[in-house]
Design a protein around this ligand. Structure first.
Ligand SMILES: [Zn+2]
Ligand SMILES: [Zn+2]
Length: 178
């Protein structure tokens, strides 16, 4: 995605609007989580000549599909991001990776958009915050149906120990103290 700034190149304070789309390649690690972008990222905003450089202010939106980490149900969602990045001329003596540069009359947003999308992707995806996941016994989706499975929560060894503890009545195993 490139923006031509020729018309405001020499116009300090001037700004131009732009909009477009860009395909984003996600990292392999993200794809392994089952996450896939469902189309190109869309971007709309403006570029302003600040005197020192060009400020890009835009709204980025992209959609992806993935599987819930708990119940494995497919999810489709759209995410919106605000971008605010300054681009400085390439001949500036700045040796920082964090700074975006441009050459001539063209601001290339490709790298900026890629970075923003990848940073915004979640590492853990839930279909909803309180997703109940899958029953470890029958494999049923607990969001859809509560199954009858009894999940053994108490370790049987602890259960045995508990029967040895003094209970009501004060005596051993519930018998009154003599
Ligand atoms: Zn879920
Ligand atoms: Zn079950």
């Amino acid at each position: 995605m490139k923006v031509n700034i020729g018309s405001i190149r020499e116009l300090r304070g001037g700004s131009i609007g732009f909009q477009g789309e860009q395909a984003v390649e996600v990292l392999d690690e993200v794809e392994e989580l089952g996450l896939k972008l469902t189309g190109p990222a869309k971007i709309e905003g403006k570029v302003t000549n600040t005197g020192e450089g060009f400020l890009v202010e835009a709204e980025l939106s992209f959609s992806y599909e993935a599987n819930c980490s708990r119940c494995l149900e497919p999810i489709r969602t759209t995410q919106n991001l605000q971008i605010k990045e300054e681009f400085i001329p390439d001949h500036s003596q700045v040796e920082e990776d964090s700074v975006f540069t441009f050459q001539g009359d063209t601001i290339d947003l490709t790298k900026c958009i890629n970075e923003q999308v990848i940073l915004a992707l979640p590492m853990k995806i839930l279909c909803r915050a309180d997703c109940r996941g899958i029953c470890p016994v029958c494999g049923g989706n607990l969001n859809q149906r509560q199954c009858e499975c009894k999940v053994q929560e108490i370790d049987p060894r602890l259960e045995k120990l508990r029967s040895l503890l003094p209970t009501e009545g004060g005596g051993f195993n519930g018998k009154p103290n003599k």
